[in-house]
Design a protein around this ligand. Structure first.
Ligand code: CDP
Length: 219
């Protein structure tokens, strides 16, 4: 079974996808972590995030994997917490806009899903473009929504810095705009996605709804 969770920055995609994968016994696939991993590796190699061809060549050759908890591995080494640094966050949308980077990572994401299905399981994939581009034939597509203020508050609380909520709101708005306006695979709410507004729902309530939808659609 393939489930795709889409939506804007900090809408709760990771929280839901990770919990849903655990509940259903599926593999959690964090596509954003892969774009962050390529961005981190590019910065470490002094590549410019603006250089599409160089970033694409890196994305095609960098060995990415996942540990059993679904945390990204870069050349076999833990990508966390370095992939969540402010510097990576500032540059990731620019790196993710290059078509060559997307081609390489989408191929890798489909390979993870194919292997999981082959083994009798499946994936819960999260990321902007998972419902529209990576897995258009997913058994279940969910589009998570939350207002900018709530998203910024959650992200700041997650990092133990609630006082930074308004600064985060500006950063999220900038990334949303960049992700929605890019030519290749913009953030898009597809017609057949089920929309869940998380402003008024607790994480448990979102999980229960998604799990019920998944149970109804399990092939
Ligand atoms: O959780 P958060 O929204 O902060 O970000 P993320 O899921 O780690 O993704 C970071 C960035 O990677 C996004 O802002 C997008 O620019 C890019 N991304 C993408 O282009 N396509 C995906 N499937 C996932 C992430």
């Amino acid at each position: 079974m393939i489930i795709a969770i889409d939506g804007p920055a900090a809408s709760g995609k990771s929280t839901l996808a990770r919990a849903l994968a655990r509940r259903l016994g599926l593999t959690f696939l964090d596509t954003g972590a892969m774009y962050r991993a390529v961005t981190l590796a590019a910065l470490e190699r002094n590549l410019s995030p603006a250089e599409g061809a160089e970033c694409a060549a890196l994305a095609a050759t960098l060995r990415l994997g996942f540990d059993p908890e679904g945390r990204v591995l870069i050349e076999g080494e833990a990508g966390e917490p370095a992939i969540r640094s402010g510097e990576v966050t500032r540059h990731v949308s620019e790196v993710a806009a290059h078509s060559g980077v997307r081609r390489a990572l989408v191929e890798a994401q489909r390979a993870v899903a194919a292997a999981a299905v082959e083994a009798g399981g499946g994936v819960v994939a999260e990321g902007r473009d998972t419902t529209s581009v990576v897995f258009p034939e997913a058994d279940l597509k969910v589009f998570l929504l939350a207002s900018p203020a709530v998203r910024a508050m959650r992200r700041a609380a997650e990092e133990g810095r609630p006082e930074l909520a308004s600064a985060y709101e500006a950063d999220l708005a900038r990334r949303d705009a960049h992700d929605s306006q890019r030519a290749d695979s913009p953030l898009l709410e597809v017609e057949d996605a089920v929309r869940l507004d998380t402003d008024t729902l607790s994480p448990e309530a979102v999980l229960d709804r998604a799990a019920a939808l998944a149970a109804a659609r399990r092939p």
